[in-house]
Each structure stands twice: as structure tokens, then as C-alpha cells.
Design a protein around this ligand. Structure first.
Ligand SMILES: Cc1cc2nc3c(=O)[nH]c(=O)nc-3n(C[C@H](O)[C@H](O)[C@H](O)COP(=O)(O)O)c2cc1C
Length: 199
């Protein structure tokens, strides 16, 4: 009886220690979709997480988390301004967090094979270095470019999207172009989980 209780407390403590924060910034939902999938994979691996939209939700104290995943969509070469603020204002806490920290973007150009590496460096490494933040891993995933009549993208942004989309493989200027590579996103999440569990 006592033994079972000790095991339960131990498991509960383990789970508490394993809590992860997934924080994302999105304009049209593509990055939110990725963040939500990551939370599902974390859960499948018995890892509790909190997920926040850094524009809408309160920012929790980072010190309570065993790991951190931050993601942003890209518009005209930029993260969302809230992701930039989130990182800028909590730079010290992020750098001193004792656990894995990873960063990703969802970007139209990341889905163009010839541009992928340059885009990954520019939107992730260079941008993070510019803010003085160090992460354990970073990745640029293809995004969701919705040019359909039902798209939530406003008309001016849609015009830009259609122009930018011309360089993307099999881009449909009137359709939903989902370049999110779920296998790659899952592999990235699993690597994060491996580091987290190895700590
Ligand atoms: C107006 C507009 C500008 C964009 N500019 C870029 C860009 O400069 N570079 C890029 O890689 N992707 C660009 N994209 C594609 C987005 O990064 C991609 O659709 C991403 O998945 C959006 O994520 P979100 O919906 O979470 O904001 C642009 C999309 C729009 C609508």
C-alpha cells in the first residue's frame, strides 16, 4: 500500500518535472496547427504540456517548465511581433532554462528545396542570434499557403501570397497549398522528447 503510494508520488513528480511549454505565434493558423500536433505527440509520450498563443494568452513563468518549444509563422521575412517580444523580453529566462529549448518557423520558402537551407539559417539561426538567444535545435518547416476563396488571408496579403507562391512546388493560385511536412515535424518533436527524457 505504502509502496504503491510512493510509486504514485514518484510518477506524479516525474510528470511535473516533464512539463513543457509550447508557445507559438500565428497569423493565419498554420503554425498553430503545427504546435497543436506537437502537443499531441508529447502527450502520446506521457509528457504534459501547456500550449499558448503568445498574442492572445498570458505568458506563464518559464522557470516551471522542463523544456520549451517556440514557433512562429513568417510574413515578409519576419516572425510575428509577439514571438519576437516573447523571446526578447524573456531572453534571460530562456537561456537559463535547464532543459531542451527548440525553435521553429513555418514558412512558404522553406518548402522550396533550393532555398530551404538558406531560409532555415535566416529565419531561425540568424534571427535568434540577433536576439542573443541560444537553442538546442531549430527547424524551418514548409507552411500553409491558403489562396482559396475561403482563405482567412486578407486580399492584399493574398496578392502577396500568390506572387510568392509562384516559386513553390505545384502551387495552386486558387487553392489550399499545405506544405507542412508532418513526418518531418514529428521527427523534430521526437528528437526534442529524446533530449528531454535523457536529461
Ligand atoms: C502576406 C504574406 C507574406 C509572406 N511572406 C513570406 C516570406 O517572406 N517568407 C516565407 O518563407 N513565407 C512567407 N509567407 C508564407 C507564410 O510564412 C506561411 O504561409 C506560413 O505557414 C504562415 O504561418 P501562420 O499562418 O502561422 O502565420 C507569407 C505569407 C503571406 C500571406
Amino acid at each position: 500500500m505504502i509502496e504503491a503510494s510512493i510509486v504514485k508520488v514518484w510518477c506524479d513528480l516525474g510528470r511535473m518535472v516533464m512539463k513543457v511549454l509550447v508557445a507559438y505565434g500565428t497569423r493565419y493558423g498554420a503554425t498553430q496547427g503545427i504546435a497543436e500536433k506537437m502537443v499531441e505527440w508529447l502527450k502520446e509520450n506521457d509528457i504534459d504540456s501547456d500550449i499558448i498563443n503568445v498574442k492572445k494568452d498570458q505568458w506563464p513563468d518559464l522557470a516551471q517548465y522542463a523544456g520549451l518549444i517556440i514557433g512562429s509563422g513568417i510574413r515578409i521575412g519576419q516572425w510575428t511581433k509577439e514571438v519576437k517580444n516573447f523571446i526578447k523580453k524573456q531572453k534571460k529566462d530562456i537561456n537559463s532554462l535547464d532543459g531542451p529549448k527548440v525553435f521553429f518557423v513555418s514558412s512558404g520558402y522553406a518548402a522550396i528545396p533550393e532555398r530551404y537551407l538558406e531560409i532555415k539559417e535566416e529565419y531561425c539561426k540568424k534571427a535568434l542570434d540577433g536576439l542573443g538567444v541560444t537553442v538546442d535545435d531549430y527547424e524551418a518547416f514548409g507552411g500553409l499557403m491558403n489562396a482559396s476563396p475561403d482563405s482567412p488571408v486578407g486580399w492584399l496579403d493574398k496578392r502577396m501570397l500568390k506572387i510568392a507562391g509562384r516559386a513553390s512546388p505545384n502551387f495552386d493560385p486558387n487553392g489550399v497549398n499545405d506544405y507542412r511536412d508532418w513526418e518531418k515535424i514529428e521527427a523534430f518533436t521526437k528528437e526534442f522528447i529524446e533530449i528531454l527524457k535523457g536529461k
